[in-house]
Design a protein around this ligand. Structure first.
Ligand SMILES: Nc1ncnc2c1ncn2[C@@H]1O[C@H](COP(=O)(O)OP(=O)(O)OP(=O)(O)O)[C@@H](O)[C@H]1O
Ligand SMILES: [Mg+2]
Length: 502
C-alpha cells in the first residue's frame, strides 16, 4: 500500500462512497501524516478511541495519493518530513482539495512556520511534543465541526440557487433572495436574530428555517407569543418560578430552561412588558436565568430569535421598549418585505397554495386564469402572504372548473357579477374578458358556456336557499336535468359534499 499504512478501524474504501452520503453522517475521518511510526501508531490509537476514523501515511506523497481516492475530513500534518515538507503538502491540499481542513504539527517554538501555515490555509496548529492528547482531540474536533459547517453552507447555497426557496419559504424576488442570504448566514451562528415585517409576511417561517438550518436543528424550537400572555404571567412563562414565590407558585422551569441547547422564538417581542424586558436583557447578556422567587441564577445555552410587526424604534421613543435590549436582539436584523413590494412572487406563491389546497380537498384544479392572476397581482395585500393563502383557499372551494377564475376570488366577485349582468368592467366587453378573447373560439365558447351555466345555476340555488326542486322550476327545467347541470358546474371534486337539500 505504497507508504500508507492505513490504521483504519472500519474505514470504508473508496468503493463505498456512494452509500455514505445516503445514510447518517459518517464518522469524522482524520488522516495522520507523519514520518515517525511510533507517533502515527499512538495518535491512531487515541483518535480511534475518541470515535474518529483514522488513516495514516508516512510521508507527504503517500498522504496526497490517499487523498486522491478517499474522503478525508481533516489532515493532521507534520511540518518536518523527509521529501515533501509539510508546508508544501499543505499548499497542494488547499489547491486540490480546498474542502479538507488541515491541522499542522510544528516543532515547539517554531512559531514562524506555524503562522505561515495558518496563512497558507491551515485551520490550526499544534506544537510537538504534545503535552496532553486532549489538545489534539479538541483541535481535530473543532476542525471537523468547522468543515461540516462550511460543507453545509455550501450545500444550502447550492440549493437556494436551484430551488429559490429556504425552508418553507417560497419566493424568487431579489428581496426574498436577500432574506435567504441573511438568514442562511445567521443560521449556523448563535447570534440573536430580530425578524421584522408586517403581519403575514412569514416571520415565523423564517425563525423556523433559521433554527432548522442551525447546529441546534435537532433540538426543539420553543416559541412564545409575548403579546398573547397576560403581563403577570410572562416572567414565569419565560424564566420559571419556585414554590411559594407568589400565591400558587410551583417549582417550574420556564421556556429558557426548557429550550436549553436549543432555540427560543420570542414572537411579538414589542409587546413584552418592561419588567420582563429587563430580565430578558440579563438572560441575553449573561446567559443566565433566574426563576421568579429564586436566589440563584442558572446557566442556559439558548439561541434567541425574536420577531415583531411593530416599529420598535417608535416604542423606544415612547419609553415602551428598552433601547439596550433592542441592540442586543437586533444583532442580525432580517427585514421581510411586504408582498406588495415583491409582486413577482405572487404567481409562484399562488400556485404553491393552489396545489396545497387542491390536493387537500381532492379537487382537480390546475390553473389560475390569466385574469385571476392579474387581479391577484394588483391587490394591495395588507395581510400579505397569509391573506393570499386564504384567498386561494377560498378560490379552490369556489372554483367550478379546473381553473381559478376572477369570480372565485374573494375580491373578484364584483368583476364577476358585473360581467354576469353585462354592465362591463375594465378589460371586459359584453361579458367577454381578455382572458377569454385570448383563447381559440371553440374553447372560449366552451369556457364561457361553463361560466354562464355556473353563474346561472348558482344564482338560482342561492335565490331558492339551495332548494333544487324550486330552482329547477324557476329555470323551467325538469328536476333531474337541473341536477345534472348542477353536478357539472360544481365539478366532480365536490362529490363528497352532502347532496343539496330538496
Ligand atoms: N414566503 C412564503 N412562502 C410560503 N408560505 C408563506 C410565506 N410567507 C408566509 N407564508 C405563509 O403565510 C402564513 C403566515 O406566515 P407566518 O405565520 O410565518 O407570518 P408572520 O409574519 O409570523 O405573521 P404574523 O405577523 O401575523 O404573526 C403561513 O401560513 C405561512 O405558511
Ligand atoms: Mg407570526
Amino acid at each position: 500500500m505504497s507508504g500508507a499504512d492505513a490504521a483504519t478501524s472500519t474505514s470504508e474504501r473508496p468503493s463505498s462512497r456512494g452509500a455514505e452520503s445516503a445514510s447518517t453522517p459518517p464518522k469524522a475521518r482524520v488522516l495522520v501524516v507523519d514520518d515517525e511510526p511510533a507517533l502515527r501508531r499512538s495518535l491512531a490509537r487515541v483518535l480511534m478511541a475518541e470515535g474518529f476514523d483514522v488513516l495514516t501515511a508516512e510521508d507527504g506523497a503517500a498522504g496526497l495519493s490517499l487523498l486522491a481516492t478517499t474522503r478525508v475530513d481533516v489532515i493532521l500534518l507534520d511540518v518536518m518530513m523527509p521529501g515533501l515538507g509539510g508546508v508544501e503538502v499543505l499548499g497542494r491540499v488547499k489547491e486540490q482539495h480546498p474542502e479538507v481542513e488541515v491541522v499542522m504539527m510544528t516543532a515547539f517554538g517554531d512559531i514562524d512556520t506555524a503562522v505561515a501555515a495558518v496563512r497558507a490555509g491551515a485551520y490550526n496548529f499544534l506544537t510537538k511534543p504534545f503535552g496532553h492528547t486532549e489538545a489534539v482531540v479538541l483541535a481535530l474536533s473543532q476542525a471537523v465541526e468547522h468543515k461540516r459547517l462550511v460543507d453545509r453552507t455550501r450545500a444550502l447555497e447550492q440549493r437556494l440557487v436551484e430551488h429559490e426557496r429556504f425552508g418553507e419559504l417560497i419566493g424568487r424576488s431579489p428581496r426574498m433572495q436577500d432574506v435567504y442570504r441573511v438568514a442562511l448566514g445567521a443560521a449556523p451562528t448563535t447570534s440573536t436574530v430580530l425578524i421584522l415585517g408586517e403581519n403575514g409576511t412569514g416571520k415565523e417561517l423564517v425563525a423556523r428555517a433559521i433554527h432548522q438550518h442551525s447546529l441546534r436543528g435537532d433540538r426543539p424550537l420553543r416559541a412564545i407569543n409575548c403579546g398573547a400572555i397576560p403581563d403577570t404571567l410572562v416572567e414565569t412563562e419565560l424564566f420559571g418560578s419556585v414554590r411559594g414565590a407568589f400565591t400558587g407558585a410551583m417549582d417550574r422551569p420556564g421556556l429558557f430552561e426548557l429550550a436549553d441547547k436549543g432555540t427560543v422564538f420570542l414572537d411579538e417581542i414589542g409587546d413584552l412588558p418592561l419588567a420582563a424586558q429587563a430580565k430578558l436583557l440579563r438572560a441575553l447578556a449573561e446567559g443566565e436565568v433566574k426563576r421568579v422567587g429564586a436566589m440563584e441564577p442558572k446557566t442556559v445555552d439558548v439561541r434567541v430569535i425574536a420577531a415583531t410587526n411593530v416599529d420598535l424604534k417608535e416604542r423606544i421613543g415612547s419609553g415602551r421598549f428598552r433601547e439596550d435590549l433592542y441592540y442586543r436582539l437586533a444583532v442580525i436584523p432580517v427585514h421581510l418585505p411586504p408582498l406588495r413590494q415583491r409582486k413577482e412572487d405572487i404567481p409562484l406563491l399562488a400556485y404553491h397554495f393552489l396545489h396545497k389546497y387542491a390536493r387537500r380537498s381532492g379537487r382537480e384544479i390546475k390553473r389560475i386564469g390569466v385574469e385571476a392572476l392579474r387581479l391577484l397581482r394588483e391587490q394591495p395585500w395588507p395581510g400579505n402572504v397569509r391573506q393570499l393563502e386564504n384567498a386561494i383557499e377560498h378560490a379552490v372551494v369556489m372554483a367550478r372548473g379546473d381553473s381559478i377564475m376572477p369570480g372565485d376570488l374573494p375580491f373578484g366577485r364584483e368583476d364577476a357579477s358585473s360581467a354576469e349582468e353585462g354592465t362591463g368592467s375594465a378589460g371586459m366587453i359584453g361579458g367577454i374578458d381578455d382572458a377569454l378573447a385570448d383563447l381559440p373560439y371553440a374553447e372560449a365558447k366552451d369556457r364561457a358556456g361553463l361560466a354562464f351555466d355556473g353563474a346561472y345555476v348558482e344564482r338560482l340555488m342561492k335565490r331558492t336557499g339551495g332548494n333544487v326542486s324550486e330552482a329547477a322550476r324557476q329555470a323551467g327545467m325538469d328536476r333531474s336535468n337541473f341536477r345534472r347541470l348542477l353536478k357539472k358546474v360544481r365539478g366532480a371534486g365536490k362529490k363528497d359534499e352532502p347532496e343539496p337539500e330538496e
